[in-house]
Design a protein around this ligand. Structure first.
Ligand code: GTP
Ligand code: ZN
Length: 300
């Protein structure tokens, strides 16, 4: 029988506002931080002090191997900690935004997380060639693109994804409607039950899709499902981080006339020359410029 003063180590498996759910060796504990701290992310390993049978206070967050987050002008929002792989789910329909895909890729590069693209709904044949071509742009940058259909070929989808998830701490992100939940349900057969349990524990009522949650897979791997998003601010990235987060800029960095070149309008800029020569996609360079602009605007 555990006493109320027990300290435990757990993993944060869900977050809703300032309420967290931790899993400590299978024991689910509702957690809060001390004071007004909101610096906890799903995937965090935490040291907990139990305050009652099913509640605890987060005493300390263990050092993170990675941290994925987005931010606006005013604040940053942690998405997930300690993940090793990011899967960006896009689909033939509804149409996906290149801006969001590229921003997600930049966030992954900056955090040192391996990124993959899942092109779902390949059964929608009329829209497949265009979607394939657009996803292929990311493939040409070196990001693996996996074509699937969660509903028309579920076994194939599971066969494709299982080895990619094995041994990894993964997160699925995507715009609403791309089929993220359909895929998670294939990979985690009890996902619905887990979601109900979590929303009861966190008292989120019917808003079951508005929180981020982690599911365990066989062998200690895990997968985090996150709510669909419409924007992905990256105000927190510095200029130096940004130029390195665009993987296709790498061969040209250091080749500019000025050592502190920002690759916007400087003369003899190797990056701009590569854009002009069609070696760097214009929209990616434009996004780089936009992100540079954002990074200069933070108010925190
Ligand atoms: N044709 C087709 N439809 C699919 C496929 N996968 C999912 N869908 C459908 O697409 C719709 C959206 O799927 P969800 O899994 O709810 O999408 P989601 O990305 O989780 O969306 P949010 O919950 O809003 O974040 C549903 O009607 C699914 O049945 C697919 O491979 N092919
Ligand atoms: Zn330059």
């Amino acid at each position: 029988m555990s006493s109320v003063t027990d300290t435990l180590t757990g993993t944060i498996i869900a977050a809703h506002g300032r309420h967290y759910l931790a899993d400590a060796n299978g024991e689910k504990l509702q957690c809060v931080t001390r004071g007004k701290k909101t610096n906890v992310a799903v995937g965090d390993i935490v040291h907990l002090q139990k305050t009652s049978e099913n509640q605890a206070v987060i005493e300390r967050i263990a050092d993170r191997t990675t941290l994925l987050y987005r931010s606006d002008q005013y604040k940053s929002k942690l998405l997930a900690a300690n993940i090793t792989r990011l899967f960006i789910v896009v689909a033939t329909e509804p149409g996906f935004a290149d801006d969001l895909v590229s921003r997600s890729l930049v966030a992954a590069e900056a955090a040192g997380i391996e990124a993959h693209i899942i092109l779902n709904k390949v059964d929608v044949e009329a829209l497949l060639p265009r979607a394939r071509e657009r996803a292929g742009l990311y493939g040409s940058l070196g990001y693996p693109v996996h074509e699937l259909s969660a509903t028309a070929k579920p076994e194939h989808a599971v066969e494709t994804l299982t080895p990619l998830l094995d041994g990894q701490s993964s997160i699925f992100i995507g715009q609403s409607g791309m089929g993220k939940s359909s895929l998670i349900n294939l990979l985690v057969p009890d996902a619905d039950i887990a979601v109900r349990e979590i929303s009861e524990a966190l008292d989120t009522g019917k808003h079951t899709t508005t929180f981020t949650r982690l599911y365990w897979l066989l062998g200690g791997a895990s997968i985090i499902d996150s709510p669909g998003f419409q924007e992905f601010g990256l105000y927190h990235l510095s200029e130096g981080m940004l130029e390195r987060a665009f993987v296709e800029f790498k061969p040209y960095l250091g080749g500019c006339k000025y050592y502190n070149c920002r690759h916007l309008q400087e003369p003899q800029c190797a990056v701009l020359e590569a854009v002009a020569a069609g070696k760097i996609a214009r929209y990616r360079h434009e996004l780089y410029g936009q992100l540079l602009h954002e990074s200069a605007q933070t108010l925190y």
